[in-house]
Design a protein around this ligand. Structure first.
Ligand SMILES: [Fe+2]
Length: 183
């Protein structure tokens, strides 16, 4: 039980550091996004992330531990890649740059979903019901944020493929239509 508790604390320290990094990174993502809905999604997730940090602080309090972050190397890497995506996007078509931002953001979401899924199970196992509820709440937010990003990508993908008329791609794209109309 004690070892499970220690593992939970360590994982929470890692997530706290990850969320703190995101509080700094998300405004840059929002600024770089061209699509107004994508910009809005990043801004909304920034507000949510601040709430998630608060929830983590409450979880530490409930566990009677100091809310001390432990360097999360994975998130450092993901944030660094996100910064590269923002830089590279300046040279790219706006739609493509936005799609690259969505991919970078979803990599972050998936990391967070894995992390919160893990700590929620640990909290449940050691009977920390209130901590489990807090973590489950955040997990739900991360999952819905991932889902929203997928929805936002769909029209951008469509528009990007429609505007991509170079290299005979338009012709290739029309082909299935012709085939379908034959069927
Ligand atoms: Fe988060």
């Amino acid at each position: 039980m004690q070892e499970l508790r220690e593992l939970l604390i360590e994982e929470l320290q890692d997530i706290l550091h990850a969320e703190n990094q995101l509080v700094s990174a998300l405004p840059k993502m929002a600024k770089a996004a061209h699509d107004p809905k994508l910009k809005e999604a990043f801004e909304k997730h920034l507000a949510q992330t601040r709430g998630q940090v608060e929830r983590l602080n409450t979880a530490f309090e409930l566990l009677g531990e100091m809310a001390e972050p432990k360097p999360c190397k994975a998130m450092m890497g993901l944030v660094k890649e996100g910064e590269e995506t923002i830089e590279d996007g300046k040279e790219k078509d706006k739609l493509i740059a936005d799609l690259a931002l969505i991919i970078a953001a979803q990599k972050v979401e998936h990391y967070e979903i894995a992390s919160y899924g893990g700590v929620r199970c640990l909290a449940r196992q050691i009977g920390q019901r209130d901590v489990e509820t807090l973590l489950a709440h955040t997990l739900g937010e991360e999952e819905s944020s991932d889902y929203s990003l997928t929805s936002l990508a769909k029209p951008l993908l469509q528009r990007a493929s429609e505007s991509d008329t170079g290299n005979g791609r338009k012709q290739t794209k029309q082909q299935p239509k012709t085939l379908a109309s034959r069927g």
